[in-house]
Write a protein that binds this ligand. Structure first.
Ligand code: NAD
Length: 497
């Protein structure tokens, strides 16, 4: 029995109407408990949203299971047309999305606009693939039967997303899952539920049938995901977040052998060789490090400089970082926003102290929280005397640039690979042979050559080692939500004689 409560089901947030409830089986519902959403630029409460519990998660799965068969059977052209309509409706709300994303994540509005456009390019790319999911037909090696293969949706999927790219993660995962024909239970981050609510309500308005997309907000994620992963009807989990949580979810998935995709943490090495275009490397490093206030899985975590260019790079990088305006994402000039909450800001402060005290790093810029409202921190640059310290391979996930110096290409490669992570690496050189050879030897899922941003809908995004399993984007991203089915068909060729 569904309880409804007398609370507001929608609110006007910065002139945009946003649902506050959870969305199960085609209805927005409010729950007894709520939790607040805070603007990290001011510390002010923006809204209170429904706080779903384990029973809500299971009801969302009930709805996803009930809708699965019809969704799988929908003609590819009909499903693609629905996606295209949803894409047009989403794009028509670009301003609302950008405002809400900036409000709840703190990122500068221009960054929200960019993230929304990228999200839409993923959504559109998946829409274009729906009518192109093909099978194969061939003769068995020994003759006598035919080998037919097709691809079928894995089944109801749990999608768990983080707050740092509140729209991109939902559109990228949701786009792939829904295009593949899976129904979904989306559990967005508790810091950024409003962007997810706007996304899901727009899909609803575009005509996505009840039960195909379900949305649960919660202040206690484990209380939702654990019972869902223990339920045999759930066939897929796709998670983006920290390696620690990914590991817990993988263990929980093991029980029912749930198909799992994991986009986890990173320790991105950013290598600048002696023959690099230093000005280009500085520009890209500033963007790669300080975008989203450093809170990106693909951020430059260790900036590795060949000694020949280290001084020039450092001087220019510090100057460019010093010039970055920090502030509220709506002020029109800020390039660096706040950290997501007070806890992350305190962690950042401690990291700067540890880097100096325990690892002997020299502070070249910043290093302090910014007084006043919100959770701002100065863009910070530290130079490390050596490459072996206890924090070396921690994911910084903050506006702290860590600079290291090496004496050879081999040393750069060894240091870059000396990590349990393997998400994104970056490489700056003007020598094409070096670029290709190093790109092949770097133990990372993605390598940017002479560029610090790689996101692209047609490309497989993802990591190796502790950075994850599976890929998002490209055909591999769609395949993550599809299972190959093999049908063997006996054929007696003499039947026509
Ligand atoms: P997080 O792991 O704390 O949270 C991610 C999501 O998991 C959120 O929705 C959260 O509510 C949920 N969650 C937290 N604990 C859980 C539990 N015990 N059981 C089930 N769900 C749980 O990570 P975060 O702080 O939100 O995001 C930062 C991390 O995400 C970083 O490590 C970053 O590198 C990673 N990330 C990776 C990618 C990628 O594509 N590889 C992209 C963005 C972020």
């Amino acid at each position: 029995m569904v309880e409804t409560h007398a609370r507001e089901s929608h609110a006007m947030v910065r002139d945009h109407e946003v649902p506050l409830g959870i969305y199960v089986g085609g209805s927005w519902e409010t729950t007894e408990r709520e939790f607040t959403v805070v603007n990290p630029s001011t510390g002010d409460v923006i809204a209170s949203v429904s706080d779903g519990g384990p029973a809500d998660g299971i009801r969302a799965l009930d709805a996803a299971v009930a809708a699965q068969d019809e969704w799988r059977k929908m003609a590819p052209r009909a499903r693609a047309n629905l996606f295209h309509s949803a894409h047009r409706l989403l794009v028509s709300r670009a301003d609302a999305f950008a405002d809400i994303m900036t409000l709840e994540s703190g990122k500068p509005r221009a960054e929200s606009v960019g993230e929304f456009a990228l999200s839409m390019s993923f959504f559109q790319w998946y829409a274009e693939q729906i009518a192109h999911i093909h099978g194969t037909y061939s003769t068995s090696s020994s003759g006598g039967f035919r080998v037919m293969t097709t691809k079928q949706p894995v089944g109801p999927a749990l999608l768990i997303t983080p707050w740092n790219f509140p729209m991109l993660m939902n559109a990228r995962k949701g786009g792939a899952a829904l295009a593949a024909g899976c129904t979904v239970v989306l559990k967005s981050a508790s810091e950024t539920p409003l962007t997810a609510a706007l996304f899901v309500s727009t899909l609803e308005e575009a005509g996505f049938p009840p039960g195909v997309v379900n949305l649960i907000h919660t202040s206690d994620s484990a209380s939702i995901s654990a019972p869902l992963l223990a339920d045999q009807r759930l066939r897929k989990v796709s998670f983006t977040g920290s390696t620690a949580v990914g590991s817990i979810l993988l263990q929980q998935s093991a029980r029912n052998i749930v198909n799992a995709s994991m986009e986890l943490g990173g320790d991105g090495p950013f290598i600048v060789l002696a023959d690099a275009d230093v000005d280009l490397a500085v520009r890209e490093a500033v963007n790669c490090k300080f975008r989203n206030a450093g809170q990106a899985c693909v951020a430059a975590n260790r900036i590795i400089l060949h000694r020949d260019i280290a001084e020039e790079f450092t001087e220019k990088f510090v100057a460019a970082s010093r010039a970055l305006p920090v502030g509220d994402g709506f002020d029109g000039t800020s390039v660096v926003g706040p950290l997501i909450n007070a806890r992350q800001r305190e962690r950042t402060e401690r990291l700067v102290e540890d880097f100096q005290n325990a690892a002997g790093a020299t502070l070249l810029l910043g290093g302090k929280p910014i007084e006043g409202d919100g959770f701002f921190f100065e863009p910070t640059v530290l130079s490390f005397p050596d490459k072996k310290h206890e924090f070396c391979n921690d994911e910084i996930f903050a506006p702290i640039a860590a600079l290291y110096t090496v004496d050879s290409v081999t040393e750069a490669l060894q240091f870059a690979n000396d990590t349990h992570y393997g998400l994104a690496a970056y490489l700056f050189t003007t020598d094409i042979s070096r670029a290709i050879t190093l790109a092949e030897r770097l133990e990372f899922g993605m390598v940017g050559v002479n560029r610090g941003i790689m996101a692209e809908p047609s490309a497989p995004f993802g990591g190796v080692k502790s950075s994850g399993l599976g890929r998002e984007g490209g055909h591999d991203g769609l395949d993550d939500f599809l299972e190959p089915k093999y049908i063997a068909l006996t054929v007696d060729e003499s039947s026509i004689e």
